[in-house]
Design a protein around this ligand. Structure first.
Ligand code: HEM
Length: 522
């Protein structure tokens, strides 16, 4: 690539010389052509470098760095804005022979992406990438003060420790089984009602409502009024739209503008979150009795004085939990059910496993999950083929100059991992496009972050702290759905993807459900 820049510049220089010497009357050639060629030469110099415009001052890498030049100024922003950005980035990396590390430009933002387990490990597990680049919308929506975007210092460590102890500890996750069972009942009742009324079920809304009420109760405790629940649900949905929206200002020096009204809407939403969640914190404090509560808010309020968060930080942390705990689970369950509806043989096989392990006189419980390897394999296979965060949701930031392999990554570079590319790489996974849960029976693969061939929850210091809670919820709900009902297609399932905050099904899944004979159900 560097050679092509030199070549392009030399040819331009030659053209200029020829133009001036060959023309008998150099006017207007010289005055028009020369400045144009001059500007073009500068553009080529700045733009036609590996990785594009944002990498123009990092030529020390030029022999090793690979990546698309992209468009002048914009770089690969147009591809990044696509609902299939993960696929486009994977195709680019493979075209440039840069699966280990590809450089690219997002406007003026310098970025690299790994599509290989080894470099992915270096990035996710290295302490040099322990911060995240801040999106304007994330900052305005207060996530800077919550776990996901707080810089990796004392404050972030304190938040992660508190969340690990009071929100995600194994004791607390298992203590929330009764809640998960109740929500599963509500979801199945809702689905049955819809089936009776419409003759088919659209599962997305049911999973979204279920995940929301599940997380709300674990964060705020029981007894939340319906009106408040609906208001919080509305705020979460608006937040997803805002944060998923591509914002030009994140990558171009246009901070004084608000093209799409994102900043204005974020300010308005943050004020509403502060008022609604802030009021809930104040009410709980006034009530005074929080040492006996089993919810996260009570736990935060019971912390010793020296560890206690300010009210505004508490609002940010509670808001983040609701925000993160709703979408991923609903999206993952919809993909799993799509696969179950499509592959009736696999559905039958897991139902046989459920019948053998659970029998027909009771419902599935958390304690059954370790004895349901095929059910767990299905979840892993869906996480492999349809990871909710194909680009691991939030990028990382190089906090100082660091080498990844032989490539020098300068401080301030936005660093991403394309987990979707890794899980679809034929040199890593046999028949990567085939849905075959059996592969996880044949080989034990951990999905918790130690094996970078399949790390849907990320890895390293910033690995998802909610992964055990998320998996416990998905396993139990899936077990209940499949044990008690048979799920049938009404038309062929459309597996088209749409990358928003998570990788969603473009067309919501519609299917039919019928009770399974002889199984104890609702
Ligand atoms: C299927 C469910 C889930 C998936 C696939 C998922 C995925 C992820 C991923 C890929 C990351 C980035 C990790 C990294 O940078 O290495 C992440 C971070 C995070 N997740 Fe999850 N997640 C799930 C469930 C949850 C739940 C239920 C919660 C909380 C209620 C949660 C809270 C968080 C938080 C707070 C972070 C930021 C961690 C940090 O920056 O220190 N997640 N998640």
């Amino acid at each position: 690539m560097a050679d092509s820049v030199v070549l392009a510049n030399l040819s331009l220089l030659l053209l200029c010389i020829v133009a001036t010497h060959l023309s008998t009357d150099p006017w207007p050639l010289i005055t028009i052509l020369l400045p144009c060629l001059f500007i073009l030469a500068i553009l080529l110099n700045y733009w036609l470098v590996p990785g594009g415009f944002a990498w123009r001052n990092h030529n020390q890498n030029s022999t090793k760095l690979r990546g698309p030049s992209g468009w002048p100024i914009l770089g690969t922003l147009p591809s990044q804005m696509s609902p299939l950005a993960h696929r486009k980035l994977a195709a680019m990396a493979s075209w440039h022979g840069a699966t280990r590390l590809m450089a690219f430009s997002l406007g003026t933002t310098r970025a690299i992406i790994s599509s290989h387990p080894e470099t992915a490990k270096e990035i996710l597990c290295g302490s040099s990438f322990s911060d995240r680049p801040m999106k304007i919308s994330a900052r305005l929506l207060m996530f800077e003060r919550a776990i996901g975007f707080a810089p990796a210092g004392d404050y972030w460590r304190h938040l992660r420790r508190s969340a690990a102890n009071y929100m995600f500890s194994p004791r607390r996750v298992s203590g929330l089984e009764a809640l998960r069972q109740r929500v599963a009942n509500e979801m199945l009742e809702g689905a049955l009602k819809e089936m009776e009324g419409r003759g088919f079920v659209e599962l997305r809304g049911i999973f979204q409502r279920g995940s929301l009420s599940n997380i709300l109760e674990s964060v705020f405790g029981s007894g939340l009024e319906l009106e408040r629940e609906e208001c919080l649900g509305e705020m979460v949905r608006e937040g997803y739209d805002l944060i998923a929206k591509f914002n030009w200002e994140d990558h171009l020096p246009l901070k004084f503008l608000d093209f799409q009204g994102v900043k204005r809407k974020c300010h308005r939403l943050a004020a509403k979150v502060n008022s609604v969640v802030g009021e809930m914190v104040k009410e709980r404090k006034r009530a005074g009795e929080f040492s006996t509560g089993n919810d996260f808010l009570s736990a935060l309020l019971s912390l010793p004085m020296e560890d206690r968060l300010s009210d505004s930080d508490m609002v940010a942390v509670l808001w983040e939990m609701i925000f993160r705990g709703t979408d991923n689970i609903a999206v993952l369950l919809e993909w799993i059910m799509a696969r179950m509806v499509m592959h009736q043989d696999i559905q039958k096989k897991v139902q046989d496993e459920l019948d053998t392990c659970v029998g027909n006189h009771r419902q599935v419980q958390d304690s059954d999950i370790p004895n349901l390897p095929y059910l767990q394999a299905i979840v892993k296979e869906v996480l492999r083929m349809h990871p909710p965060g194909p680009l691991l949701s939030w990028a990382r930031l190089a906090v100082h100059d660091v080498h990844v392999g032989k490539i020098l990554v300068p401080a301030g570079t936005t660093t991403m991992v394309n987990m979707w590319a890794i899980t679809h790489d034929a040199s890593i996974w046999k028949d990567p496009w085939v849905f075959r849960p059996e592969r996880f029976i044949e080989e034990e693969v951990s999905i918790m972050g130690s094996d970078l061939r399949l790390a849907p929850f990320g890895s390293g210091r910033r690995v998802c702290p909610g992964r055990a809670l998320g998996l416990a919820t998905v396993h139990l709900w899936l077990g209940r759905l499949l044990h008690e009902f048979k799920w049938l297609p009404i038309e062929s399932v459309d597996l088209s993807e749409c990358l928003k905050l998570s990788l969603e099904m473009k067309t919501p899944l519609s299917c039919c459900m019928i009770r399974r004979c002889g199984i104890m159900s609702l």
